[in-house]
Design a protein around this ligand. Structure first.
Ligand code: SAH
Length: 217
């Protein structure tokens, strides 16, 4: 485990990243503050220190990526997280998105299907700052029925379809943000469960994610 430090240099780079994300259309100040609060270089190998605050995705091992900050901000803004919301995340990956959710004072339940990534996060000392983050090793298609229902669900991998079990685990009045396959890219979608239990779907722009795969690895 690397010994990462924050510094004025990184704080300056982070502020510039927040300005970039804002200039691309993110307006929710709480989301932008969360982005400003989480040192992204902690989540990457030290080889990426110089570029950690560029608005790009980077490899984190096991063929996976830490999402582009703009994408993290876009999904988080659509999610409309309130303090103490129970939020289920599918695809822990680097745990960066989980920390952004925790900065918004959510109770975060995050699932990863790849054991090496899950194990890495279990011993990632920075996460001790966020006792509200709960890590699970499992298949996100199944959700976490015993910990639900959830106010919010965020899927951070490309879903072939909208998983039925996740819709079931949404509270009435809850919502899910999920990139759904459309050709070789994904359409960002927001699924709302009304207080009466009916489902409403909104469509947003196109993104590119790594695939959501069934089973554990
Ligand atoms: N939220 C992450 C993004 C990681 S990329 C971050 O902030 O870094 C997507 C992640 O989803 C990968 O780690 C991949 O292994 C994981 N994943 C894919 N299918 C999954 C599934 N069915 N259940 C849980 N995790 C899954």
């Amino acid at each position: 485990m690397r010994l990462a430090e924050d510094s004025y240099k990184y704080k300056g780079l982070r502020k510039a990243l927040v300005d970039t994300v804002r200039s691309k259309g993110i307006t929710d100040e709480k989301v932008l503050s969360a982005l400003n609060a989480v040192p992204r270089h902690f989540f990457l190998d030290s080889a990426f220190d110089k570029v950690a605050y560029e608005d790009r995705a980077f490899p984190i091992g096991e063929d996976q990526t830490i999402s582009q900050p703009y994408t993290v901000a876009y999904q988080t803004q659509l999610l409309q997280v309130q303090p103490f919301h129970r939020v289920l995340e599918i695809g822990t990956g680097s745990a960066y998105q989980a920390c952004i959710l925790a900065e918004l004072k959510a109770l975060v339940f995050t699932i990863e299907r790849q054991k090496p990534l899950f194990d890495h996060n279990k011993s990632f000392s920075f996460l001790k700052r966020y006792p509200a983050i709960h890590l699970f090793y499992g298949d996100g298609f199944l959700g976490l029925p015993t910990y639900g229902p959830f106010d919010r669900i965020i899927v951070t991998a490309a879903a072939p379809l909208i998983p039925e079990k996740l819709v079931e685990q949404l509270k009435p009045g809850g919502m899910m943000v999920i990139p759904v396959d459309e050709g070789d890219k994904q359409r960002m979608m927001r699924i709302k469960k009304t207080p009466e239990g009916t489902i409403e779907t909104e469509r947003f722009t196109i993104f590119s994610f790594v695939p959501m795969l069934e089973g554990r690895n």
